[in-house]
Design a protein around this ligand. Structure first.
Ligand SMILES: CC(=O)N[C@H]1[C@@H](OP(=O)(O)OP(=O)(O)OC[C@H]2O[C@@H](n3ccc(=O)[nH]c3=O)[C@H](O)[C@@H]2O)O[C@H](CO)[C@@H](O)[C@@H]1O[C@H](C)C(=O)N[C@@H](C)C(=O)N[C@H](CCC(=O)O)C(=O)O
Ligand SMILES: Nc1ncnc2c1ncn2[C@@H]1O[C@H](COP(=O)(O)OP(=O)(O)OP(=O)(O)O)[C@@H](O)[C@H]1O
Length: 486
């Protein structure tokens, strides 16, 4: 693209790419010097030029300018980069129906439900923690909400691949760091706000402020904000939303309400009340929190033109979302569930669910840890929750980074008063012991990592079997077989 299309009065040169990381610069790129939490992008200008950058966008004064390189000084490099990326990639988000989902828990679940149902009508892409997915493409992501440049590039790939819509998980980090500023959302969904990420945001108010950007600034004025009426932050978000507000929930009257909820181990049914009419809904999803997720998605899809009967019919067969409430079946006489729960709210929901589906005398056996170099205050809370609901607690590693997993386990143990517990550092072995310990009617809950095929250790990101595959292997090693229904 001609530089003059991005900046008035710029020289007539062609920019072949945009880059924010000097290590990844390619010949002909424009490099943006971003202020970071660890580094300052300005310090890597020489490296960027050496690797082939022909234009540098910076905010600080530069003394030793090199001939042949174009220097563009702006006040706010991040804002400028967002604008350039939007133009460079031809405003891809304007060519699709954009669903943005934010909240402490439920983003991946909602985005995957929307993708599944929307895909039945026309192609829908997905960007989030689990994958970047469109058509036959499936890429493992580094972040839930990628950086602006990568994000705009992927959205433009989606448009080229024929996607008509995209479900995008919008994390609070992504919002704070303006990764999605170049996107105008047709639909902004709020799932819930509970305790998380305070290591980054400092206070729950800052965390909420970050989430609210999606509703205050990024949803289109003629778009729609879909809000959970049962969450304490409903009124605040309603107040600040730029778009019209549609509500969903269970406890109070609202636009899309679920009543008469029946939860089973493998399915859920309820009546959807919409505009005074009742619609029976049956879904393959389980646990009450998924009723909330489903309501948010039904509202989002209906408000963007899909008919209610078509949406509701598809709810019966929503496929298993990888690593989210994933039931591992190998003919064993007890439940094994792998779930990505890694916040106090997510843990409590899962442990409660475990208690509910365990047979009368069945035990809840749980395996989990807590991530290293992340929020340490939640560790004791995890212990307290397990103490309240579980019968046997096996503590193990979970992305320890450069912390000692045993120290983390000891901090979790501070919350455990009454229940038997043990520490098994190796996660595979911990899952094996949980499964070996289980008997008829028990529930084994393996929490924290879901389907993630990696683990963060001191040495960096290393491959991990994945809790779901590990659990299946352990069941088979214990003599269960997929066709054995004993
Ligand atoms: C805390 C955080 O979000 N950090 C993000 C931030 O990094 P940073 O501010 O530390 O950047 P930095 O390393 O100081 O570098 C500043 C600038 O210099 C550049 N640089 C740096 C070094 C170099 O040699 N050359 C160079 O050009 C960098 O590319 C960057 O542009 O900007 C980087 C570039 O976009 C991100 O990769 C990085 O995400 C890190 C890897 C991360 O782990 N983020 C997590 C916490 C995160 O964002 N998580 C959320 C959701 C979590 C959840 O809901 O569970 C997510 O959306 O994934
Ligand atoms: N609506 C909800 N309310 C409370 N807990 C939920 C909800 N939806 C999912 N959970 C719990 O949170 C876990 C993570 O779900 P999901 O991956 O959908 O959330 P997320 O917001 O994408 O999380 P992350 O951004 O950390 O990936 C689930 O495995 C489940 O335990």
């Amino acid at each position: 693209m001609r530089l003059s299309k991005l900046f008035k009065n710029a020289p007539t040169v062609n920019i072949t790419g945009l880059c924010l990381d000097s290590r990844k610069v390619k010949k002909g790129d424009m490099y943006f010097c971003l202020p970071g939490m660890t580094f300052d992008g300005h310090d890597f200008i020489p490296q960027a030029i050496e690797k082939g950058a022909i234009a540098i966008v910076h905010s600080k004064d530069i003394i030793d300018k090199l001939p042949g390189v174009i220097y563009i000084q702006v006040e706010d490099v991040t804002a400028c980069m967002n604008q350039c990326a939007r133009l460079f990639y031809s405003k891809p988000s304007d060519k699709m129906t954009m669903y943005g989902i934010t909240g402490t828990n439920g983003k991946s679940s909602c985005a995957n439900i929307i993708k599944y149902i929307r895909d039945l009508k026309e192609p829908c892409g997905y960007i989030g923690t689990i994958a970047i997915e469109y058509g036959k493409v499936r890429i493992a992501p580094d972040l839930t909400t990628p950086d602006t440049l990568f994000l705009q590039r992927k959205l433009s790939d989606m448009v080229r691949a024929g996607m008509k819509s995209c479900a995008l998980e919008v994390s609070s980090h992504g919002l704070s760091q303006h990764r999605v500023d170049g996107i105008r959302f047709d639909v902004a969904i709020f799932t819930n706000l509970t305790y998380d990420h305070l290591d980054f945001h400092g206070t729950i108010e800052n965390y909420f402020e970050a989430k609210s950007i999606l509703f205050k600034e990024l949803v289109k004025e003629d778009g729609v904000s879909i809000l959970n009426i049962d969450d304490d932050r409903y009124e605040d978000l309603k107040e600040c939303s730029k778009a019209r507000v549609v509500s969903y929930g269970i406890d109070q009257n609202c636009d899309y309400r679920a009543i008469n909820i029946h939860e089973n181990a493998k399915s859920t049914s309820f009546d959807l009340v919409y505009k005074g009419q009742k619609y029976p809904v049956k879904t393959s999803l389980v646990a009450r929190y998924n009723v909330y997720n489903l309501l948010a998605c039904i509202a989002a899809l209906h408000e963007t033109g899909m008919s209610l009967p078509v949406i509701l019919q598809s709810c019966t067969k929503i496929p298993q979302i990888d690593g989210r409430m994933e039931q591992i079946e190998c003919g064993q006489p007890f439940h094994v569930v792998v779930d990505f729960a890694h916040t106090p709210d997510g843990m409590e929901q899962m442990l409660r669910y475990g208690r509910q589906v365990a047979a009368d005398k069945g035990r809840v056996i749980t395996v989990f840890g807590s991530a290293g170099k992340r929020d340490i205050a939640k560790r004791k809370v995890f212990g307290e929750l397990a103490d309240k609901y579980a019968d046997l607690i096996i503590l193990t590693e979970d992305d320890p980074r450069d912390e000692n997993p045993k120290d983390i386990a000891n901090q979790i143990k501070e919350g455990i008063q009454n229940k038997p517990n043990l520490f098994v550092e190796d996660r595979y072995e911990a899952i094996r012991q949980a499964i070996d310990n289980a008997s008829k009617g028990d529930v084994v809950l393996i929490l924290g990592k879901g389907d993630e095929p990696f683990m963060y250790h001191e040495s960096g990101r290393v491959p991990w079997t994945g809790d779901n595959i590990c659990a299946l292997e352990c069941l088979k090693a214990s003599g269960y077989g997929e066709n054995n229904n004993s």
